[in-house]
Design a binder for this molecule. Sequence first.
Ligand code: PEP
Length: 249
Amino acid sequence: MRSKIVAGNWKMNKNLAETEALLTELAAKLPDTNAEVMVAPTFVNLASAVHSLESSTINAIAQNMHFAESGAYTGEISGDMLVSIGVDTVILGHSERRAYFGETDEILEKKVKAALAKNLRVMFCFGEELADRKSENHFKVVESQIKNALFSLDASAWSSIILAYEPVWAIGTGETASADQAQEMHAFIRKTITEAYNEEIANNVSILYGGSVKPANAEEIFSKPDVDGGLIGGAALVADNFVDIIKAI
Ligand code: PEP
């Protein structure tokens, strides 16, 4: 059975005091839920977030990691470093990493394998750009992103994979995919995984939707059968909004 997940990607927001304040407010307001709730603060505050959340069910996760074990990679963070501070999940392939930091499918395949080798769970993000959707290439683009980074994995690795479909045109734009568009893509992703692996793996992987999810649209998006939760950007920075999105699941 796949799990429901609501994850907040805080990106490059919140200094230490602001991080602590938001975590305290979230922990106090967290509703009863069967969903796994995750937040991804910036690296510099990640260890303190893990510590602050020790008595909470909220899981502090990482926004990224490097594929190398260690070495001369100034400014980078290794999987081992994440594990050493108690992190168990890492976001990889976010569209901002792809667009601004040149992360290709090839690099992401290496990152995914490096993370899995450290027993980290991977929240793998992918999604088409507006031009791809307008030219009706969105299914092809998504298929190749998943295939190139993930289809060389052993079947057993898939229990550590969470997928996050995030159409680039909907991220931070206020424009969201309709619930039907999200469902259509999520069903396509499951079909693609069934063909490459099998139905059991496809049915057991959680597929989150991300892209301008707000309290006002969360319930409709989450009601779709192949949508297992959301990866939330802007709305995760305000406790009440994030809490309302968790309630929607
Ligand atoms: C994201 O960056 O993963 C995201 C979904 O952002 P937003 O919710 O702000 O569109």
